[in-house]
Design a protein around this ligand. Structure first.
Ligand SMILES: Cc1cc2nc3c(=O)[nH]c(=O)nc-3n(C[C@H](O)[C@H](O)[C@H](O)COP(=O)(O)OP(=O)(O)OC[C@H]3O[C@@H](n4cnc5c(N)ncnc54)[C@H](O)[C@@H]3O)c2cc1C
Length: 427
């Protein structure tokens, strides 16, 4: 990898997501050598991926070059590399660009989609965890409308204009709301010769509540908002298979749809060498102690989505969200420095600053620890928080201008098929 030898201890970080970047920033200007490895050369702001999928934002406004984050830090090295294996005995990682020895290793590789072993859904549905996947979805949605215009087969036309989103967590809810707004505001203008009223947006949830990690009020209000926007919310329905056209469920309900988005599960992106049963939870997250140390290994840590820190209050670990990842990254930076100074490390305590979801224009739900609210004010709070959480001044400016423009013009101008998507060529 051509990383120079150094008298400083070498800390290797796998993943430049929320956790990895927060840690890297904490270690800047310290007497350590930091090597950050990521399979992408950019950091992705995942909470706004659904806006890329629905033409509200260009992909480059939610991505930020990792090299730029690190460019002012001495002793920092970035390599574009996919890590394939960790040797915990020899303190080495293997990747597509070679091997690297470490003194300390931090796994911050995030999560991946969990299909719970359902092959038909994995093969035929769309996922939305990366920018390329969001672009695939954007292309597919638009290609389907183009095809709907051409076909004279009514059943096929309906299937091309019908969407099924599986999983009514924040991702599913936000995507469903955005699609409903496109149906109402954009499709009739773009496709005047197509009866776009027939477009169906179905949000399917296996449990009896949507946004189940939020307050009952937020959940109820979000459902009202979705119904007002024309989304069909199906609760207590479990999707069992999808062959590319027909979605079957555990009830009599079936859907004919050419676009199924799977937002119903994630699992830790544990890496070979740390993915054996003794290291991971049922959700494939690496088990760590209160210092984010991998159980039984002093110099290897896991943070963010990939880490499961179990305690009495959180028996399944902290939520797979940006805040726990950022907070763990920051604390681990301090703790590694303490470890090097032979001082005791500080245990991680998660500070829950709340959660939120937007359903559409002027419609959002916000749960703060002491204050819960919904509607227009919540929507402004949602926008403000997301805008200021984005990495980079340019991204914030571009997103802000886009949002103002979209708000005034009722528009989403990034509805472009730049990279046509062929269903069989899923990547
Ligand atoms: C669509 C969507 C919407 C979301 N909305 C919200 C929200 O509104 N609020 C919220 O708090 N959270 C939200 N989340 C969750 C949030 O994005 C994650 O909890 C957060 O990104 C976790 O940070 P992380 O650093 O652990 O992982 P990530 O940010 O996923 O970063 C992991 C990094 O590791 C890299 N990587 C993975 N494997 C390897 C490998 N083998 N080799 C090299 N590099 C590797 C990846 O390329 C990536 O850059 C959302 C997630 C998604 C997918």
């Amino acid at each position: 990898m051509n990383i120079p030898k150094s008298s400083f201890p070498r800390i290797v970080i796998i993943g430049g997501g929320f956790a990895g970047i927060a840690l890297a920033k904490k270690l800047s200007k310290q007497e350590v050598q930091v090597v950050l490895l990521d399979k992408h050369n950019y950091h992705t702001f995942q909470p706004l991926l659904y806006q890329v999928s629905t033409g509200g934002l260009e992909p480059d406004s939610i991505a930020y070059p990792i090299r730029k984050v690190l460019q002012d830090f001495p002793n920092f090295y970035f390599r574009l590399a996919k890590v394939s294996e960790i040797d915990t005995e020899k303190n080495t990682i293997q990747s597509n660009i070679g091997a690297l020895k470490f003194d300390y290793l931090v796994v911050a590789s995030g999560s991946k989609t969990n299909y719970f072993g359902n092959k038909s859904i994995e093969d035929n549905s769309m996922e939305m965890k990366t920018i390329p996947q969001s672009l695939n979805l954007r292309s597919l949605i638009l290609e389907n409308f183009e095809e709907a215009l051409l076909t004279s087969d009514l059943n096929r036309r309906n299937a091309l204009m019908s969407f099924v989103i599986v999983g009514a967590g924040p991702t599913g809810v936000e995507l469903a709301g955005a699609l409903a707004e496109i149906k109402k505001g954009i499709l009739p203008k773009d496709y005047p010769d197509l009866d776009t009223r027939l477009a169906q947006i179905n949000l399917v949830q296996s449990g009896d509540t949507i946004l189940k990690t939020m307050s009952p009020n937020a959940s109820k209000k979000a459902e009202d908002f979705l119904e007002k926007l024309g989304v069909n919310v199906w609760k207590n329905v479990r999707v069992t298979s999808y062959d590319g056209t027909t979605v079957t469920t555990d009830s009599d309900l079936t859907f004919e749809s050419e676009t199924v988005v799977w937002a119903a599960g994630v699992k830790g992106a544990a890496i070979k060498g740390l993915d054996a049963e003794q290291f991971v939870s049922r959700g494939n997250r690496i088990l760590v102690n209160e210092f984010n140390q991998v159980k039984g290994i002093d110099n290897i840590f896991a943070i963010g989505d990939v880490a499961q820190m179990e305690s009495e209050s959180v028996p399944h670990g902290h939520p797979m969200m940006a805040q726990p990842a950022i907070q763990q990254g920051k604390l681990l930076g301090d703790n590694i420095l303490k470890l090097l100074d032979k001082k005791p490390m500080t245990p991680f305590v998660y500070k829950d600053i709340g959660s939120m979801a937007t359903i559409g224009r002027n419609k959002a739900v916000v749960d703060l620890p002491n204050f819960k609210f919904q509607g227009v004010f919540a929507w402004f709070v949602w926008m403000f928080v997301h805008l200021f959480s984005l990495v980079g001044f340019r991204n914030r400016t571009v997103v802000f201008i886009n949002w103002v423009y979209n708000y005034i013009r009722f528009d989403r101008e990034a509805r472009l098929i730049i990279r046509p998507y062929k269903k069989k060529l899923k990547s």
